[in-house]
Design a protein around this ligand. Structure first.
Ligand SMILES: CC(C)(COP(=O)(O)OP(=O)(O)OC[C@H]1O[C@@H](n2cnc3c(N)ncnc32)[C@H](O)[C@@H]1OP(=O)(O)O)[C@@H](O)C(=O)NCCC(=O)NCCS
Length: 254
């Protein structure tokens, strides 16, 4: 059990740039507390101690602001950052290494309509491994968010999300089929960027070096032409006209 608790703390340390120590996570992180409560509540739920399970879940919601139904199945290294306002429905299924931010709902499509027919039926989403759901996103219905997929902040997702795809908006649509992200399923804090973000100073230096190189090539070219004498220099009138949208469009028509 302690191994599992330690693993939950480690996953917070790995995924929250603001986390400074394991003690801080253990004592102050609402997401961590709600997951521990859920592990107990789910254990009781599975053994048909349903009322006690719901009692623990509701107490945890009161303390953390995160509501996880004890029936939800949640994998290892689940990370909830901030957490307030998160609701995870009874038949949700969450894989390993999943991250949720505040305000996320894993909900049913219309729980209030014909509720009896919906009892015990899969009506909440499934999130595969390594999924990141940004703050405020609503994932509705028994859909599947594929492995390594990302859902943008405040999106409303109503259809399956393919593996390694980022979806945003209402209703959510794919903005990138990030095959590159599949190759590197490591966590990116806040779902942003990859792990090789270039140093901005290095980027500027790189640009300057390119410019210096192209200028020195041009100077060498001009020196060679000057050495051949003035006749080798192109006359102003003979100079190749610059390519402009206007003359580009007339190319081939004359
Ligand atoms: C979607 C997200 C996870 C990043 O995914 P990504 O694969 O790196 O996608 P990109 O940043 O390359 O964005 C792709 C496109 O979607 C747009 N986009 C990103 N997030 C969006 C959102 N929530 N709503 C609408 N459009 C969004 C971008 O502007 C970009 O559009 P462009 O291609 O026209 O420039 C990230 O933008 C996000 O929403 N992060 C929020 C994390 C969070 O909850 N933070 C709170 C912590 S307290």
């Amino acid at each position: 059990m302690f191994k599992h608790i330690s693993e939950e703390i480690t996953c917070v340390m790995e995924r929250d740039p603001a986390a400074r120590s394991r003690w801080e996570v253990a004592l102050l992180y609402a997401g961590f507390h709600s997951i521990l409560s859920h592990r107990i509540a789910h254990w009781l739920w599975e053994r048909k101690w349903r009322f006690l399970a719901r009692l623990i879940s509701q107490f945890s919601r009161f303390v953390t602001g995160i509501e996880i139904h004890p029936g939800a199945v949640i994998g290892r290294k689940f990370f909830i950052d901030h957490g307030t306002g998160i609701v995870i429905g009874e038949t949700s299924k969450i894989g390993d290494n999943v991250t949720l931010y505040q305000g996320v709902t894993l909900g049913g499509v219309a729980p209030s309509i014909d509720s009896d027919a919906q009892r015990g039926v899969k009506r909440h989403p499934t999130l595969d491994d390594n999924v990141i759901i940004a703050s405020g996103a609503q994932i509705i219905g028994p859909i599947t968010v594929g492995r390594c997929a990302r859902v943008g902040a405040n999106s409303v997702v109503l259809k399956d999300v393919p593996e390694s795809t980022t979806v945003v908006g209402i209703p959510a649509r794919a903005v990138s089929s990030a095959k590159k992200k599949q190759a590197d399923p490591r966590f990116a804090a806040y779902g942003v960027g990859d792990h090789s973000i270039p140093d901005p100073v290095f980027k500027v230096m790189d640009g300057l070096l390119d410019k210096v190189q192209s200028l020195s090539m041009r100077v060498e070219e001009l020196e060679r032409e000057t050495a051949k004498g003035p006749s080798a220099l192109p006359l102003e009138a003979e100079k190749k006209p610059r390519s402009t949208p206007a003359n580009r469009s007339t190319k081939g028509k004359l």
